[in-house]
Design a protein around this ligand. Structure first.
Ligand code: SAM
Ligand code: DTB
Ligand code: SF4
Length: 336
């Protein structure tokens, strides 16, 4: 079993990024094989349970009121409609059902419906994940008691670049919510976005922040920016096409996540729709072992079930069989 370290230095992570590509890939693939079934990919489904109208100003997001993206604001979905979507995701072979709300934080009056949703989805035998913005310790406890398996709350980038992308909250506030989630005994899902115009140093800082948390997130989503017209970053990318992330640099980021956080599920998240299968194959080789399936992410298009089934078959990869939720957490405890 690979040694699990939370004392990574930025220099060590920068040295990983700087390795000859094939050496980096070999090292990441070796760590992946030592800790996971390398031929298996976890399939997750996303549902936006409350879309748009978010007061935060995240420069990448179509759902911010500060963006002119044309996304319409909706109310929180009806519990029954969410459960119907979850049942469909299960029929399509999904292992985890991730639900997102475009909130800065949930209001206390939203919590009873959220708790009902968690209980209902979990009763179907799906792993549950929610991403609702900042949580108070009490709200985190309510979610934990309802049986929520994972909470997604991304740190998005390095601490230095974070404040250039978002002004309405700080990275420290993000880390505080992660503490509340841990305190409530919920598994942590935290990652970020590559391709927002950040430097390699920022990508090093991003991985460093996650890999030096007291406990690594059980899930690490690595998103490639989906450039949405009307958002600050989407428009910036349209004006400066050279800013688009290089595929090899994206794979390097995935590899660095895998090497530094050996037990975590590394999710190849947003941005697959415009990624070649060859690049995705390199990501799987570099240790990515989870994807979002289905036609839609939260508001943006995704690759779609048929295209993914064909890709996985061509690559000889299998869908991970649903496991007992909280396994990742237990595996980490066992390793300690
Ligand atoms: N409001 C909650 C929050 O910010 O935590 C939950 C929803 S938010 C849309 C979830 C994550 O999606 C963000 O943290 C960000 O990493 C990712 N995301 C949002 N827009 C994206 C885009 N255009 N491209 C790539 N990732 C994106
Ligand atoms: C994550 O890291 N990526 C997902 C999930 N967590 C919630 C969201 C991706 C959103 C992509 C842009 C959109 O659909 O609007
Ligand atoms: Fe709101 Fe989340 Fe989008 Fe930021 S990423 S604007 S918090 S929905």
């Amino acid at each position: 079993m690979t040694e699990i370290r939370t004392d990574w230095t930025r220099d060590e992570i920068a040295a990983l990024f700087a390795l000859p590509f094939t050496d980096l890939l070999f090292q990441a693939a070796s760590v992946h094989r030592e800790n996971h079934a390398a031929g298996e990919v976890q399939l997750c489904t996303l549902l936006s349970i409350k879309t748009g109208g978010c007061p935060e100003d995240c420069g990448y997001c179509s759902q911010s009121v500060h963006a002119d993206s044309g996304v319409k604001a909706t109310k929180l979905m009806d519990v029954r409609a969410v459960l119907q979507s979850a049942a469909q995701a299960k029929d399509n072979g999904s292992q985890r059902f991730c639900m997102g709300a475009a909130w800065r934080n949930p209001k206390d009056r939203d919590m009873p419906a959220i708790v009902e949703i968690v209980k209902g989805v979990r009763a179907m035998g799906l792993e549950t994940c929610m991403t609702l913005g900042m949580l108070t310790p009490k709200q985190a406890d309510m979610l934990g008691e309802a049986g929520l398996d994972y909470y997604n709350h991304n740190i998005d980038s390095s601490p230095e670049y974070y404040e250039r992308v978002i002004s309405t909250r700080t990275m420290d506030e993000r880390l505080e919510t992660l503490d509340h989630v841990r305190g409530a005994g919920i598994n942590v899902c935290s990652g970020g976005i590559v391709g927002m115009g950040e430097t390699r140093e920022d990508r090093v800082g991003f991985i460093h922040t996650l890999a030096t948390l007291e406990r690594h997130p059980e899930s690490v989503p690595v998103n490639a920016l989906v450039p949405v017209k009307g958002t600050v970053l989407g428009d910036m990318l349209a004006d400066t096409p050279m800013a688009k992330i290089d595929d090899i640099e994206f794979v390097r980021t995935v590899a660095a996540a895998r090497i530094t956080m050996p037990l975590s599920m590394v999710r190849l998240s947003a941005g697959r729709e415009s990624m070649s299968e060859a690049t995705q194959a390199l990501c799987f080789t570099a240790g990515a072992n989870s994807i979002f399936t289905g036609d839609k992410l939260l508001t943006a298009a995704n690759a779609g079930d048929d295209a993914d089934a064909a890709m996985l078959q061509r690559l000889g990869l299998k869908a991970m069989v649903a496991q007992e939720p909280m396994r990742a957490c237990k595996a980490m405890e066992a390793a300690e």
